[in-house]
Structures are given as C-alpha cells and as structure tokens.
Design a protein around this ligand. Structure first.
Ligand code: ING
Length: 303
C-alpha cells in the first residue's frame, strides 16, 4: 500500500475587505490542523487568497490587478510556505496569477502544488473558463472569468509527487470529461482541485437544487472513470452576498466519497488514501490499453 494522508481544507467566505495576511492566517490554521492529524498534503480551494472577484464587473485596470498575485510566494504568502516547510506538509493552493510572459502582462486562474520542502513542484492554469466576457447587468452577479483570465497555456500536466502520479484541474474543468481523461491517460492516481461554485445559476435556476449533486457527480465520475483519488475543495458559504456550495470531499478511485465537509466554513476533512487502490480500476474495468478505442473518438477533438 502507498498510503498518503491528505487534508481537504475548505475555506468559508473571504470578504472583499479581508486582507491577504488575514486570509493567510486562516490558511495556516487549517494547515496546522492538517499537520496535527498527520496530513502530508493539504489541499486549499481555487482563488483562495481573496474574494472571488470574477463575480463583479470591474472597470478600473488597477482595481482589477489588485486582486492578482504578481509573485508566488510573495511577502504576504511567504508565511504559509514557511509554516508548511516547518511542519513538513505539502499543499495545493489556488490563486489568481498576473505574470509578464512573452513581452506582455498575462492573467490566469492558477493552482500550484508545493512539496513538503516548501518548493513549488508544479503549476496549472485553468483551461475551462465558465461564464461570460461582457457585463451582463441582468444577472444577480457576474462570472467574468472569460474576461479577467486567459485560457490556461500549460495543458493538464502530472508530476510524480506524494508517492504517486499527481495532477490538478480547477473548478469548471471538473465538469468536462476531457480534462479528466487527459490526466487519466498520463496515469494520474491523485487529482487535486479547488472550486468556487455559486448555488444559483441564473441561466438555469431550476437546477439550483442540484448544485451539490452535480458537483459530486462530476468528481465521482472523474475518479471512477480514470481510477484516481480526487480531492475537491470549496471556497464555501455566503461570500459578498453570493451563496457558494461546500461539499469539499475526498473521493476514492471507486468513486466513493470517503470524507466530506459538513459546514459552509473553514473546515478540514482528511483521509488516508492508498494510491494502490487505483490499480484494480486501471488494470481492469478501465484498462485503457486493452479497452479504449481511440480510432473511434476523433470527433471529440475534431469538432
Ligand atoms: N465556478 C462554477 C463551476 O463550474 C458554475 C461555474 C456555477 C458552473 C454554477 C455551473 C453552475 O463550478 C467556477 N469558478 O468555475
């Protein structure tokens, strides 16, 4: 057995007025809880250093850029990296990245995987950006990720980390089977993701009652159909008037939820994950080499 003890560190709402040092203190408190319960890896949510600003129409460029991180770690986030290194605990962190690349400023919805030594192992930039690119004032709130972020340009990589093959995706990615399969084809045994998911989708209010169901359905399917552990972590609760679902969970390669958050606030749930539990799925029912028929799948990428 290759046991890795993992914590899903759900965050409650982050107020617009909450400073990064204040948020980092909350993250460190969850990290310490994880360390105290034997976690080797703690998974934080998507965009978890600030309120989820894509919910707002922001015209002023400087105001918008203040929501992004220009370096990681920065002076404000270094305490999290230092504490993680002191405790010998790795972590996943979602944040909004502003970088100078190819001679221009670029903005991404980003996640990093950090080792027990406090060093960044890998980075992923969100590819499936939901919502809309223009101001739609008819909506009770916006989702302007298509406006504020570029489509991620790093693909879905995997890294050998925490005793197995580890990959990441972010939020809306989990609803798209292609994201899971790209990781599955690389042998992913552990997929980490954060999410900010409003209950209300004004385009289909009749589905609001299904928000938690669709959240777990997407991740449980991804886990089972690719034979991987999944850690899905929410920024939950009513954030600046918008209710976001919780339901952070740890899912086995069988698709079974083995641990689940029960609040809409800061809450750590953990599980001892045997990465070898991926093998019976990957070697049998979803043995890609034996059963997949890519010659019949072309439409998936050609349409
Ligand atoms: N949020 C949401 C998600 O995919 C969304 C967008 C909300 C989609 C409600 C469908 C219904 O979970 C992000 N940030 O992708």
């Amino acid at each position: 057995p290759r046991i890795v003890t993992i914590g899903a560190a759900q965050m409650g709402p982050i107020a617009r007025s909450e400073s990064r040092p204040q948020v980092v203190e909350r993250l460190i408190a969850l990290l310490r809880q994880g360390a105290a319960t034997g976690c080797e890896l703690v998974v934080f949510p998507e965009a978890t250093l600030t309120a989820f600003f894509p919910h707002w129409w922001i015209e002023d460029a400087a105001e918008l850029d203040a929501w992004f991180e220009r370096e990681m770690p920065s002076n404000e986030t270094a305490p999290l990296f230092n504490e993680a290194r002191r405790l010998g605990v790795g972590f996943h962190l979602g944040y909004c990245e502003l970088v100078e690349e190819e001679g221009r400023q670029r903005r991404f919805n980003t996640a990093i995987l950090v080792g027990k030594d406090g060093q960044v192992i890998g980075k992923y930039r969100k590819i499936h950006l939901p919502g809309h690119a223009e101001h739609e004032p008819w909506r009770p709130f916006q989702n302007l990720e298509k406006r504020y972020f570029e489509v991620g340009n790093l693909g879905w990589p995997v890294w050998r980390a925490f005793g197995g093959v580890t990959g990441m995706m972010i939020c809306n990615d989990r609803r798209w089977p292609e994201a899971w399969r790209v990781l599955g084809l690389q042998g992913a045994e552990l997929v980490l993701l954060g999410y900010n998911t409003p209950r209300h989708d004004p385009t289909t209010p009749q589905h609001d009652r299904l928000a938690e169901f669709h959240n777990h359905l997407s991740m449980q399917a991804g886990a089972y159909q690719n034979g991987c552990w999944v850690v899905g972590v929410a920024k939950a609760g009513v954030e600046e008037g918008i209710e976001q679902i919780g339901g952070s969970c740890i899912i086995a390669p069988t698709g079974e939820i083995v641990a689940q958050a029960i609040t809409a606030g800061d809450e750590l749930v953990m599980a001892r994950c045997d990465l070898d539990a991926a093998n019976p799925i990957k070697r049998n029912i979803f043995n890609f080499a034996r059963h997949r028929r890519p010659e019949h799948y072309r439409m998936i990428v050609e349409r």
